[in-house]
Design a protein around this ligand. Structure first.
Ligand code: BES
Ligand code: MN
Ligand code: ZN
Length: 501
C-alpha cells in the first residue's frame, strides 16, 4: 500500500473515502464539521437519529453522501468522551478504521484522523501510527496457499490529510517512518510465519544475503559450524548437535555513522524449530515453536527499517541460528559443555536452549566494541505467565539503557516492562558439576534465564528482551506480530536524534 500526504479541505479533496472523527456525544472534528456543512447537515442529522456511534473505536460508513462532497464515502470514527485520547485508544481507533477501509470496497482513502488530539503525542506520531495500523491490517501470509483469494478491492492508496499547509513536513516524516517500520515488521512477520522446513538456519543466512542486496550500506558475514568450533562456541554447537541442519552464525553490519562511533549490537535468538531436544516438549501447540526465531526475525526487520530510514547510527545484528531436535547425537541432560567465554555449563534441560546459543553470540558481540548490546529472544514460557501477550520482559545491567528501552516502548506503543536482575536470583543457577546450570528451577524462570545471560555480558552495557509473549499470536489469529521491530526502531531513532544534536 502506498501512503502519501495531501493538503486541503475534507469536502474538496477527491477520494473513494474520507475518514473523519467525532467525539461523544456530538463533537465534530474540524474536517467532520466541513463535511457536515457541505452535505447540508447530514452528519448532525445521522447523529441525532442515533445512526452514528461515537464510542471510542466505533465506525460508521456512509455511502454516497449528499451535497457537494468530493468523496464517494465518509467513514466516521468515534473517539469516545475524552477530550484528549490516550495513545493506546488512538491505536485502537486507527486499527478499527483501517479494518473497515480494507473491506469497504474503496481503493483509495483520505484520512483526517490526524486531527484527533492525543496525550503527549505530536502530528508525526499520529501519521506513523495510522500508516502502521493500515499495514498491519492489510498484512497476509499467503506465500504457501495455492488458491490465494486476494481481497476484491483492497485499499491501495492512503493519503493522510490536513487543511494546514505548515503540517506537511512533520506529516511526511511520520509517513516515511511508519512505512519503514511497517516494511521491517512485514519482513519479521513473514520470516516468523514461514514453517520450520522452509526457514532453516541456512535459509536465514540466505535471507541476510538477500537483505544486503536491497540495502547497500549492509555488510553480511556467515559463520559455519567449523568457524564456531574454532571460536570455541561449545554452547551453541551443543544445541545444533541433534539436528541434521547445520547451525549458522549470521553477522550483519550497517554503517550509517562515522566509523569511530561505537555500534549498537542486536543479538536475536534464531531457533528455527524448538522441539525441546531430548527434554522433548509435549505435543500440544508444538507447531508454534517454529516462531522460536522471532528474535532473529526482529533483528532482520529492524536492520531493514534502519537502513530504509538511513539512520545515522552504526548497527550490528548477530543471529545464532539452529534447530533444537532430539537425535542419537543430541546433547543429553547432565552433559557439560564449554562456552566461548570459557565458562562451563551443565545442561540440565535441553529445552533451555535459547540461552545456550545466546551466550556464545553475546561473547562474540564483544569484538565489535559495542556501545550497548541488546538481545531479543522468545526465551521463556514463564514470561508469558508473568506479562501475558502485551508486554515484552526487560532486564539489563545498565539502568540508563533499560530506561531508554522503557521510553521507546511507551513512545512506540510496543511496550516493555522491567523485571529485577538481583544476585539472589542468580544463585538459583548453581551446579555441582560445572560453573553453572542452564536452568534455575521453577521460580522466576524469566529472571533466572536473564541471570544466566548476564554472566556473559559483564564487559558492556546490556539489556535483554524476552518476547515470548508478544512475538506471535495463537488461536484463530495465529501468526507472527512483527514485534518488537517498532520498539527497536524507536530506540535507534531516539539515539540517532540524540547523537545528532
Ligand atoms: N522457546 C522456549 C520458550 C517458549 C515457550 C516461548 C513457550 C513461548 C512459548 C524456550 O526455549 C524454552 O523451552 N524454555 C523453557 C525453559 C525451561 C526449560 C527452563 C520454558 O520456558 O519452559
Ligand atoms: Mn526450548
Ligand atoms: Zn526455545
Amino acid at each position: 500500500m502506498d501512503c502519501t500526504v495531501k493538503m486541503g479541505d475534507a469536502d474538496k479533496l477527491r477520494s473513494g473515502c474520507v475518514v473523519v472523527s467525532i467525539s461523544a456525544p456530538r463533537r465534530l472534528s474540524p474536517a467532520a464539521d466541513r463535511l457536515d456543512k457541505a452535505s447540508r447537515g447530514q452528519l448532525r442529522e445521522l447523529l441525532k437519529q442515533g445512526d452514528i456511534d461515537t464510542g471510542c473505536g466505533k465506525t460508521t460508513l456512509i455511502h454516497c453522501p449528499r451535497g457537494r462532497i468530493q468523496a464517494s464515502r465518509i467513514l466516521v470514527v468515534g473517539c469516545g468522551k475524552e477530550k484528549k485520547l490516550s495513545p493506546q485508544a488512538f491505536d485502537k481507533l486507527a486499527t478499527a478504521a483501517a479494518g473497515i477501509l480494507q473491506s469497504s470496497g474503496t481503493t483509495d482513502a483520505l484520512s483526517f484522523l490526524t486531527e484527533i488530539e492525543v496525550r503527549e503525542r505530536d502530528l508525526g506520531w499520529k501519521c506513523r501510527q495510522i500508516v502502521l495500523a493500515s499495514h498491519n491490517v492489510g498484512y497476509r501470509y499467503d506465500e504457501l496457499k495455492s488458491d490465494v483469494k486476494a481481497p476484491k478491492r483492497p485499499l491501495r492508496k492512503l493519503s493522510l490529510a490536513s487543511a494546514t499547509r505548515d503540517d506537511a513536513g512533520a506529516m511526511r516524516q511520520g509517513v516515511d517512518t511508519g512505512t519503514a517500520i511497517a516494511n521491517g515488521m512485514d519482513l519479521a512477520r513473514t520470516l516468523g510465519n514461514r514453517p520450520g522446513n522452509l526457514c532453516t538456519p541456512s535459509d536465514l543466512a540466505a535471507q541476510a544475503k538477500a537483505l544486503k542486496k536491497t540495502h547497500t550500506k549492509l555488510k553480511v558475514q556467515i559463520l559455519d559450524e567449523k568457524d564456531m568450533q574454532q571460536l570455541g562456541m561449545g554452547a551453541l554447537l551443543s544445541v545444533s548437535r541433534g539436528s541434521r541442519q547445520p547451525a549458522r552464525l549470521i553477522v550483519m553490519q550497517y554503517q550509517g555513522a562515522d566509523k569511530q562511533q561505537k555500534p549498537v549490537v542486536l543479538v536475536g535468538k534464531g531457533v528455527t524449530f524448538d522441539s525441546g531436544g531430548i527434554s522433548i516438549k509435549p505435543g500440544a501447540a508444538m507447531d508454534e515453536m517454529k516462531f522460536d526465531m522471532c528474535g532473529a526475525a526482529s533483528v532482520f526487520g529492524t536492520l531493514s527499517a534502519v537502513a530504509e530510514l538511513k539512520l545515522p547510527v552504526n548497527l550490528v545484528g548477530i543471529v545464532p541460528a539452529t534447530e533444537n531436535l532430539p537425535d542419537g547425537e543430541a546433547t543429553k541432560p547432565g552433559d557439560v559443555v564449554t562456552s566461548m567465554s570459557g565458562q562451563t555449563i551443565e545442561v540440565l534441560n535441553t529445552d533451555a536452549e535459547g540461552r545456550l546459543i545466546l551466550c556464545d553470540a553475546l561473547t562474540y558481540a564483544d569484538r565489535f566494541n559495542p556501545d550497548v548490546v541488546i538481545d531479543i529472544a522468545t526465551l521463556t514460557g514463564a514470561c508469558v505467565v508473568a506479562l501475558g501477550k502485551h508486554a515484552t520482559g526487560l532486564l539489563g545491567n545498565d539502568q540508563t539503557l533499560v530506561d531508554e528501552l522503557l521510553a521507546a516502548g511507551q513512545e512506540s506503543g510496543d511496550r516493555t516492562w522491567q523485571l529485577p536482575l538481583w544476585d539472589e536470583y542468580d544463585a538459583q543457577l548453581s551446579s555441582n558439576f560445572a560453573d553453572m546450570a542452564n536452568i534455575g528451577g521453577r521460580d522466576a524462570g524469566t529472571i533466572t534465564a536473564a541471570c544466566f545471560l548476564s554472566r556473559f555480558t559483564k564487559d558492556y552495557n546490556w539489556a535483554h528482551l524476552d518476547i515470548a509473549g508478544v512475538a506471535w499470536k495463537s488461536g484463530p489469529q495465529k501468526g507472527a506480530t512483527g514485534r518488537p521491530v517498532p520498539l527497536l526502531t524507536q530506540f535507534l531513532m531516539a539515539r540517532a536524534n540524540h547523537d545528532a544534536s
